[in-house]
Design a protein around this ligand. Structure first.
Ligand code: SF4
Length: 265
């Protein structure tokens, strides 16, 4: 992809959402680290459901350590792989207390040494908390980068390197958020919403989805909705003649009733 096209893609994503944010609920570095660690192979929604119950009770390494592995499990039940993640969470808190004075370290090596923390989690923390221009590559970003041609690569690391090399500096800090949100809500895995996509003309994906064909029925429904919304006209009551009985429907019945009456007389 040409550098000018990459720039144009980020310009559009930035114009549509100038201040993108993570959807993982958190306040402070420790809560973010825990939320991102828990989000591996599960949805942000399920993580938020868990941390909404856990953080009001315990949101420091010391407090979570005091709960213990069995104590945190009930709070993490909405999260996939919660048994392994409970164990990692306790190990992570222990290391933060013993090696970092209860603080979240600001360097990649120390972050990746924490249980349950890999390169992606470290990148998110380095980006959001410490303002570094890291681009974490998850499943959504991997798909978007490959489909669009922004940063093709066979592995998340290859995509990360290509994104870091090809993303203009001014967009690097937010690139992760724009691409993840685009992948989650527009360029979805099963049926990307190409007809509504704001970068459709810049995207190099050869198998873009086409707009659904507009049937006669959908067209008239749409026209009615649109016209009603814009006040062009209000839905009209049915015409008088459409209420008249159709030939061969009610009339024979009436005729039959008249003949029955005659016979009865
Ligand atoms: S045009 Fe389609 S494939 Fe390309 S980024 Fe948009 S949604 Fe994804």
């Amino acid at each position: 992809m040409h550098a000018a096209t990459r720039r144009a893609i980020f310009r559009r994503l930035a114009a549509a959402n100038p201040e993108p944010k993570t959807e993982l609920e958190h306040s402070g570095p420790f809560e973010l680290l825990v939320a991102v660690m828990l989000s591996a192979h599960t949805t942000d929604k399920s993580v938020n459901a868990a941390t909404r119950r856990l953080f009001p009770l315990a949101n420091t390494p010391e407090a979570i350590l005091a709960l213990g592995e069995e104590g945190v499990k009930p709070y993490l039940k909405t999260v996939g792989l919660y048994n392994a993640k409970s164990k990692n969470l306790i190990g992570l808190c222990r290391m933060l207390v013993e090696l970092h004075g209860g603080n979240v370290p600001a360097d990649r090596g120390s972050l990746e040494a924490l249980p349950g923390v890999g390169r992606k989690t470290a990148n998110v923390v380095l980006n959001i908390i410490f303002g570094e221009r890291e681009i974490a590559v998850d499943t959504h970003i991997f798909r978007v980068a490959n489909r669009t041609g922004l940063a093709p690569g066979k592995t998340p690391r290859a995509v990360e390197d290509a994104l870091k090399a090809g993303t203009p500096d001014e967009f690097k800090h937010n690139a992760h958020h724009w691409l993840i949100l685009h992948g989650r809500y527009v360029c979805t895995a099963l049926r990307p919403a190409c007809p509504k996509c704001i970068i459709s003309d810049l995207c190099e994906y050869p198998d873009k989805t086409k707009p659904k064909p507009v049937t006669k029925e959908r067209r008239s429904q749409r026209a009615l909705r649109g016209a009603s919304k814009t006040g062009m006209f209000l839905p009209q009551p049915p015409r008088r003649d459409s209420l008249r009985p159709r030939k061969g429907s009610l009339r024979p019945a009436l005729r039959t009733r008249k003949s029955d009456k005659a016979q009865a007389d």
